[in-house]
Design a protein around this ligand. Structure first.
Ligand code: CAA
Length: 283
């Protein structure tokens, strides 16, 4: 199973990061989104990231140009008709993802692997809308994608060893570290990370300490690069809430109940960095 050409669906923060690391590793990349303006924003981000590498002397102008020349953009999902792998990084909504995978199954060549960067939706359920569940797999990148080493690789119930190995090998070529995980709510990363973040929010809610103090405890006491509330704002509080809901519903265990303060912030539109306000205020 040789992977040469990759389509990334979704030019947001995750999709553009994934497209960037694929192009840097020499893959031919098509970045796809619904509107040209989304693609322009994604490509601008990629350009800025590459320029930072040039400014730091880690890449020269020719290498930057070569990476960009590996990339094309498209607003047409039909562009999947000539790729070996699709990595879907659209919004975290089962209906939208199911719709995309049903279309991809029709359009992509029979040999193509269909991967999703979902942070918590069941791979097996996404695979079930296709006629090739054995070729559907989770590739969960971490934010910021160009910096974070981990890719959690999630096998759906039907994913074959051959497909798993092809994706594992590709992940290594991206200069990332693959970790194999089975398909259960939140996988490993978010099953452990999100309850910690939710507990930090309960700690604010119950007046145990201010957000700054909670983050300081975890940064200085546990050597975390960011405190849990800064991290929640970075991930997006809407994403944190939806992952807690997947855990709560998926396990039916009240230990995963989302904190009421998290719900309140999301209802208020305080979604973290992207809206300028979450547990902290941003310019
Ligand atoms: N895109 C690209 N590069 C970035 C970046 C971005 N958004 N943000 C920072 N960087 C780069 C910087 O350019 C810098 O690069 P060099 O070392 O080459 O100079 C490097 O990252 C370090 O950045 P800074 O010195 O500015 O800041 P820092 O040391 O605080 O590191 C951080 C920033 C890497 C984000 C660090 O704070 C960190 O690791 N935070 C935790 C991130 C984390 O936990 N991510 C996982 C979130 S959960 C998730 O993604 C999964 C999910 O499903 C929700």
């Amino acid at each position: 199973m040789s992977i040469k050409k990759v389509m990334v669906i979704g030019a947001g923060q995750m999709g553009s990061g994934i497209a960037q690391v694929c192009a840097m590793a020499g893959y031919e990349v098509v970045l796809q989104d619904l509107k040209d303006e989304f693609l322009e924003r994604g490509m601008n981000n990629i350009s800025k990231n590459l320029q930072r590498q040039v400014d730091k002397g880690r890449m020269n102008d020719d290498e930057k140009a070569r990476v960009l020349s590996n990339m094309k953009t498209s607003t047409d999902i039909q562009s999947a008709n000539s790729v070996d792998l699709v990595i879907e990084a659209a919004v975290e909504n089962m209906e939208i993802k199911s719709n995309i995978f049903a279309q991809l199954d029709e359009i992509a060549p029979a040999h193509a692997i269909l991967a999703t960067n979902t942070s918590s939706l069941p791979i097996t359920e996404i695979a079930a809308v296709t006629n090739r569940p054995e070729k559907v797999i989770g590739m969960h990148f971490m934010n910021p994608v160009p910096v974070m080493k981990l890719v959690e690789i999630i096998r759906g119930l039907a994913t074959t060893d051959e497909v798993y190995q092809a994706i594992e090998e590709m992940t290594k070529k991206l200069n990332k570290v693959p970790v194999e995980v089975n398909d259960f709510p939140g996988f490993v990363s978010n099953r452990i990370l999100m309850p910690m973040i939710n507990e930090a929010i309960y700690t604010v809610y119950e007046g145990v300490a201010e957000p700054e103090a909670i983050d300081e405890v975890m940064k200085l006491g546990m050597n975390h690069p960011m405190g849990p509330l800064t991290l929640a704002d970075f991930i997006g509080l809407d994403t944190c809430l939806s992952i807690m809901e997947v855990l709560h519903e998926g396990f039916g265990d009240d230990k995963y109940r989302p904190c009421p303060l998290l719900r309140k912030y999301v209802k208020a539109g305080w979604l973290g960095r992207k809206t300028g306000r979450g547990f902290y205020k941003y310019d």
